[in-house]
Write a protein of this length. Structure first.
Length: 441
């Protein structure tokens, strides 16, 4: 197999781009100019992987890195958020006319369906990201300027905006994340909007803006099924999580409007970002478990977030509904879902559950002195790239750090992408076996 044919696979291309970014990031973080204090190789690798995979968890204090090192981390978060391949294709498209094979690869990587122009989507992703992050940084700067000197406020604003939009969850404000800003409702609102825009999916945003444009021109436009499912499922998940958080943790904050604002912010953040205004160590066990389940579902397809994706979750629920009603097909909002997508959704769900279970088992063996809930949360949080660190994160052993690094990588690349990357070629079926039913109860 030729090298060109090998990298014509979208899965292998994504896998290769993430690996290259992590390696380069590790090398840069190991340079003396990047460090204020000596940092080991494993901690540099952990930090580079966490930044590229937009997890946002560090095993060492953020201030251990110099300004140059922090800028490297910021660049890795930006690249990891919108993808190295997306940035590379955007730069190439500015100077060269992309061929049909490259455009086909772009369409597969961006998971385009229907009559969408890959180049237009590519330009939209890049330009929209830059515009939103610049506007977000400006808003954050205005809100925090009274508390910091000019240069510090500017750096915090840029870093916070990029980290929030890319759903990284790494805060430059310190280890307390957003806890010191519980009463700063405007800052919480700006951060929540950045998180929501980054996690709702670029294609969903593209369609929504296109729908608004068509509406102004009095032209008919129909949203795709993906966009409808993403909006409906995301809204329901956020509202449900807000209510649960109010019931479980609402008594810790006063007055009531500050409490509601904080719980809504956390409900948005816990999908994939991990910025929090509640100390994890003070949460009820039920709240921690809800965060685990919520982050496992994650964000939307083609977004800066991770998880199994809300569309996979919606398809899983629709499949259960079809089985209960005794139907032979799965339907969502008046549309029949192809069988191959149902198989893929079930495969993604099953592989992710198996991976989390296995990684939790081995992490419990490695970190035997830690409590199970801490180990379980650490395993799920790293796999879903949530970015919430437990009390055991700074004290992970060398094998424990390697396992968490692998978890973050798997969670960001995606199990389906990894399966497609490792598959040499599509299996050609020449015949079919006889059908026979299997007892299941």
């Amino acid at each position: 197999m030729s090298l060109r044919r090998y990298f014509n696979s979208p899965g292998r291309t994504v896998l290769f781009s993430v690996c290259i970014t992590i390696i380069l990031g590790t090398v840069l973080l190991m340079l003396p100019i990047s460090q204020r204090v000596p940092i080991s190789f494993i901690d540099c690798l952990f930090s580079a992987t966490s930044s590229t995979c937009v997890t946002g968890v560090l095993t060492i204090p953020f201030d251990s890195f110099s300004l140059f090192g922090k800028c490297v981390i910021l660049a890795l978060i930006q690249i990891g958020g919108i993808g190295l391949l997306t940035l590379w294709l955007f730069l190439v498209s500015l100077f060269f006319n992309l061929g049909l094979s490259t455009q086909f690869l772009m369409a597969q990587v961006l998971e385009l369906t229907g009559p969408k122009n890959p180049r237009h989507i590519l330009y939209f992703i890049t330009c929209f990201t830059l515009i939103i992050e610049i506007v977000g940084a400006a808003c954050v700067y205005v809100l925090i300027r009274p508390q910091y000197p000019h240069t510090d406020a500017l750096f915090h604003a840029i870093f916070h905006s990029v980290s929030s939009f890319c759903n990284a969850g790494l805060s430059s404000f310190g280890q307390q994340s957003m806890i010191p800003f519980q009463s700063n409702i405007p800052l919480l609102a700006v951060t929540a909007i950045l998180i929501l825009l980054g996690g709702i999916g670029f294609l969903t945003l593209y369609e929504l803006l296109l729908a608004v444009r068509k509406k102004l021109l009095h032209t008919r436009f129909t949203l795709s099924l993906t966009t409808k499912v993403v909006i409906a499922t995301t809204t329901l998940l956020i509202l449900a999580a807000t209510v649960i958080l109010i019931l479980l943790e609402g008594s810790k904050m006063h007055p009531w409007y500050v409490m509601v604002a904080n719980m809504l912010f956390n409900a948005i953040s816990y999908r994939s970002t991990g910025l929090t205004t509640i100390d994890l160590s003070t949460m009820q066990a039920a709240t921690v478990f809800m965060i685990i389940m919520y982050s496992f579902i994650g964000s939307s397809p083609v977004s800066t977030g991770s998880g199994i994706r809300v569309t996979t979750f919606a398809l899983f629920l629709a499949t259960i509904r079809a089985v209960i009603k005794g139907r032979m097909v799965v339907e969502i909002k008046g549309r029949r879902i192809p069988a191959d997508q149902i198989f893929k959704a079930m495969a993604v769900l099953a592989v992710c559950l198996c991976w989390v279970t296995t990684s939790t088992f081995f992490l419990a063996l490695i970190e035997s002195k830690s409590s199970f809930i801490s180990v379980f949360f650490e395993a799920v949080s790293s796999f879903t790239n949530l970015g919430l660190a437990t009390d055991i994160t700074p004290f992970l052993s060398f094998p424990g750090k390697l396992l968490i690094i692998l978890n973050m990588f798997m969670g960001r690349v995606g199990t389906l992408t990894l399966i497609l990357a490792l598959r040499v070629q599509k299996e050609r079926v020449e015949f079919q076996y006889p059908e026979e039913r299997l007892m299941m109860s």
